[in-house]
Every structure is written in C-alpha cells, then in structure tokens.
Ligand binder design. Structure first.
Ligand SMILES: *Cc1c(COP(=O)(O)O)cnc(C)c1O
Length: 366
C-alpha cells in the first residue's frame, strides 16, 4: 500500500510532534501526588464549584455564544473593556485561533529555545514555519528574538513567566522587545502564570495591549483559578484582532458550566490571594530544600520549579530520579522535549506532597 492512494494531511501536519501532557498516574502505587501539570493544590473557589453545580438545568440549552457573563466578570475584576476580551476553550484554543488567523505557509513565527511547546505545534498546524531562538540563562533573550526577525516574521510567542523554566522577563524588557518589532508582527504574551508573580518589575501585558495594535495577552483559568478541567482561557486584544478571531471561532466554544463557574472564580479574589500566598510560601520552601540537597533549581516566579540533576552521575540522573519518585507516588514532569533532558519540573503541591517529595529525593540522592 502506498501513501499516494489515501488522503494526506496538508504540509506541516506530519512534522508535528504531538503535545504530550504530564503523566498523572503511577502504576501500582496506592497514593499518587500529581505534581506534573501545574494544577493548583488549593483547587477552585467554592463559589465556582457552586456555580458549576447550579448549571445543571441549563444543560439542555445551548450556552451563550458570547460568554457574556464571563467576559463581564473578567472585565470588571481586571478593569478592562469587555469588547477587548475573547474567551476560549482553554487559552490553548485561543493560541490556535491566533496562529490560524495570522500565519500562512511561508510565514515565520518566532518561539524560544525553552518556550511552551504548544506554540510550535500550532505554528506547524497553520502550515507556517517555527523559528526557534536561543535563550540566555534559561530566560527569554530579547536580542536573540530581534535578531531573528525577517520580512517573513508574522508573530512572536513568549510565555511570561515561561513554562517550564519559571523565569520571567521584566516589563522593561518586554517593552524593548515590542519596540524592536515591526508593527506588522503580532506579539503574543502568554501570561498563564501572571497571578503568581510578586515582582515590582513584572507586568502581564495589559498596558502594552491597550497602547498598541499588535500585542495580545492570553490568560487562563487552569492555573491559579484551579479549573483546568473546565477549559477556560481568555485574551485581551485590540478590537481588530478580536474581529479576526471571531470569524474562526467555534460559535459555542465555551460551555455553560465554564461560563458560570469561570465568572464566579474570577470574582473570588480572596481565593486567588490565598492560592498565591500559599504558592509563595511553598515555592520558597521547596527551592531552599532542593538547593540544600545540592540540586540546581532555576529561579522561578510561577507555581513550579525546574530541578536539574547531576550531569556526571548516571545513577543520579533526572531519568533515574523520575523512576524513583514515581515508584513512591510522586509524579513529576519530564522536560526532555523542552531541551532539558536532565531536569524535572515539580509543581508546588499540597503540604504533604511537598514534604514527601523532598524526603524521597533525600533518599534518592544518598
Ligand atoms: C498551563 C499553560 C497554559 C494554559 O493552557 P490552557 O489551555 O488554558 O489550559 C498556557 N500557557 C502556558 C505556558 C501554560 O503553561
């Protein structure tokens, strides 16, 4: 049988290495701590869960195709105009719409060495060419991006803070990046972890979007809001970008439960604050403990840590550590596909898991 005699995907599709989510189980282990997907150990706001339950009578009707209740809750709590907000089935869906709307075969999208892999997948899915540029000290390098811009460049994708490094670009650097880009290049700022950042020199990107025609900020309910299962993301963008994406968008891309629970979640500021404070405490604790064990940790402002293992000791590699930890129920994320074959990404978890993973690593390194 030859592949000429059957349908073939368009160019680019078969170049895609499918996105592989963090594993969630450890075969044969009674108690499993999933520390591989940056989910919130505090879960969702009780108000969000209540709103989710209250949706049941609406399940026989189509949802509101404009997701008005959610867009208004976002607009009110963030001080934004709802006309500049569009919601997605996770922010991943919005990234896919942006690539479909702005990238064609022959176009280039710039992504970074250790950047979130979805950007590459979706650029290829649009038939365009991902151009990967180096990072410096595991952080996005603005000069490297600007040097890679060509007349074919149509978009630049950065996650700020980035996953899986946890590092961030100070806002002045983001501003410098924007200032160096042609006005026709779309700068996509993926701020999935922005709520966790407690740094004076950080901004998610609202100002830059408001003041320009070529910047988009994406956000998610999957991290600090603790609702990854409902698939809710949003973007803040100029009206002409919203208009373009509206033409591609599935008319009912958010379901009724996502709309109602999302609105309740973002209005519960106390829950967000509690989750952020919890994260700050345990992120610091984990970083100190890991460092004390002699492991290098990339400085993170998000809800996870990139932990590096000994290059020179094959018995103490990330692969061996992963197997050891998994056997004890601590499931971390391997990050080989992100250019870190000898590191693991650890999500800040419940207290018991944080203490347990450090105890297990202490044993492993003996
Ligand atoms: C988790 C994550 C997201 C969120 O994706 P959703 O589709 O909203 O669940 C987006 N960007 C990055 C970098 C992430 O790590």
């Amino acid at each position: 049988m030859t592949s000429l005699n059957r349908p073939r995907p368009k160019p680019g599709v078969l170049d895609i290495a499918a996105y592989v989510p963090g594993k969630g189980s450890a075969p044969g282990v009674a108690k499993v701590y999933k520390l591989s997907a940056n989910e919130s150990p505090l879960g969702a706001s009780p108000h969000a869960i209540e709103a989710y339950r209250a949706v049941e009578p609406q399940l026989t009707l189509y949802p509101d195709g404009q997701a008005k209740a959610l867009r208004e809750a976002i607009a009110e709590t963030q001080g934004l105009n709802p006309a500049n907000i569009l919601c997605g089935n996770g922010s991943g869906e919005l990234l896919s719409y942006l690539t479909q709307a702005y990238l064609a075969p022959g176009d280039e999208a710039i992504i970074t060495e250790h950047g979130f892999l979805l950007y590459k997948v979706q650029t290829l899915a649009a038939g365009a060419t991902p151009v990967t540029v180096r990072e410096t000290n595991e952080r996005v390098d603005v000069d490297a991006i600007l040097e890679a811009v060509t007349s074919r460049t149509k978009a630049v994708f950065i996650a700020n803070p980035n996953n899986p490094t946890g590092t961030y670009l100070p806002f002045e650097e983001v501003r410098r990046l924007h200032a160096g880009l042609p006005k026709t290049v779309l700068l996509v700022l993926d701020a999935a972890y922005s709520e966790y950042v407690r740094r004076n020199d950080y901004e998610a990107g609202v100002e830059l979007v408001s003041a320009n025609e070529n910047v988009v900020m994406t956000r998610t309910f999957s991290k600090v809001h603790g609702l990854p299962g409902l698939r809710i993301g949003w973007m803040y963008a100029p009206v002409h970008v919203i208009d373009a994406v509206e033409r591609l968008r599935g008319p009912f891309n958010l379901n009724s439960a996502a709309i109602e629970a999302g609105a309740a979640a973002i209005r519960d500021r106390a829950h967000v604050e509690k989750s952020v404070a919890y994260n700050a405490q345990w992120l610091g604790w984990l970083e100190a403990e890991l460092t004390a064990l002699g492991l290098r940790v990339t400085p993170s402002v998000a809800n996870f840590l990139l932990v590096h293992f000994d290059q020179n000791d094959p018995e103490k590699s990330a692969e061996k550590a992963d197997a050891y930890l998994t056997a004890q129920g601590y499931v971390l994320r391997r990050v080989t596909a992100y250019g870190f074959p000898n590191a693991l990404r650890l999500t800040v978890g419940p207290e018991e898991a944080n203490r347990g993973v450090i105890a297990a690593l202490t044993e492993f390194l003996k």
